[in-house]
Design a protein around this ligand. Structure first.
Ligand code: ADP
Ligand code: MG
Length: 254
């Protein structure tokens, strides 16, 4: 059984058909990239899966259960984690406190009692920070961190909730090519270890082709291709969408 199965998903905003009859699946433990030009409907797809947007029609089957129209909080509780395109870390807290807060909210603690709960989950939070290479920064104020480091903390926070499916819409937005590569390599290593399924978007084709197990391509709301790196690279419709015909993906990191 697939971890996630999207069936005939559609969403329009007024006259704009952002997502049209899109179907694809994410296998258990699969690292699946969704690519497509700006405005293709990728974020709209993500936001329907994570419960921020209600689909007009279609099904979002997570472990066989339809998530369509559920509140994002309930989607998250069922085991679907996500990282945010805009970093969502609290600058006034230390690095480790940010992760502790995620752990507390996962165990249904009430974080209005913060900071009384400050010592809760510290060991587990430190462990998660070590896994993303941020153990040394644990007691620094989060606001002092570089952008790439905040993305690592976000990843630790997403993992704190023990998701079985992780959604990452442009996790490397705003990062330099080398940093992008490092972050995605880290994500892949951690999710493979834990058997987590991942759906992510990423602009750099080099990164997508290097790390994705499989790739789905959206264009103007339609799913136009679904395959491995070689199949996508050679797909005439995909080349057409990206470059007009004839060209290849070589050197197209953006
Ligand atoms: P992508 O993430 O692939 O760049 P989006 O899903 O953000 O694409 O957008 C798909 C289309 O839907 C675009 O034409 C965009 O302008 C439109 N769109 C997205 N969100 C909204 C919204 N909240 N209201 C109106 N139009 C939207
Ligand atoms: Mg987007």
């Amino acid at each position: 059984m697939s971890e996630l199965e999207i069936k005939s998903l559609s969403k329009a905003f007024g006259g704009v058909h952002a997502v049209r009859d899109v179907s694809f699946a994410v296998g258990k433990g699969e690292f699946l990239a969704m690519i497509g030009p700006n405005g293709a409907g990728k974020s709209t797809c993500f936001n329907m899966i994570n419960g921020q947007l209600r689909p007009d029609s279609g099904e979002i089957l997570f472990e066989g259960r339809n998530l369509a129209g559920l509140h994002s909080r309930d989607v998250w509780r069922l085991g679907v984690g996500r990282t945010f395109q805009v970093a969502a870390v609290f600058g006034s807290m230390t690095v480790v406190e940010n992760v502790q807060m995620a752990l507390i909210s996962h165990s249904h603690g009430i974080y209005k009692f913060w900071p009384a709960a400050a010592s809760q989950h510290r060991e587990r939070a430190l462990e998660l920070l070590a896994q993303v290479g941020m153990r040394e920064a644990a007691d620094r104020p989060s606001r002092e961190l570089a952008y790439g480091d905040i993305k690592r903390i976000e990843l630790a926070i997403a993992l704190a909730n023990d998701p079985r499916l992780l959604l990452m819409d442009e996790p490397t937005a705003g990062m330099a090519p080398r940093e992008r590569n490092n972050l995605i390599a880290l994500v892949k290593k951690l999710v493979v270890e834990r058997g987590i399924s991942v759906l992510f978007t990423e602009h750099s084709m080099d990164v997508v082709f290097a790390f994705a197990d499989r790739i789905v391509v959206l264009a103007r709301g339609h799913l136009i291709a679904d395959g491995n790196a070689a199949e996508i690279r050679d797909n005439p419709q995909v080349r057409e969408v990206y470059f007009g015909t004839g060209k290849t993906f070589a050197g197209q990191a953006s």
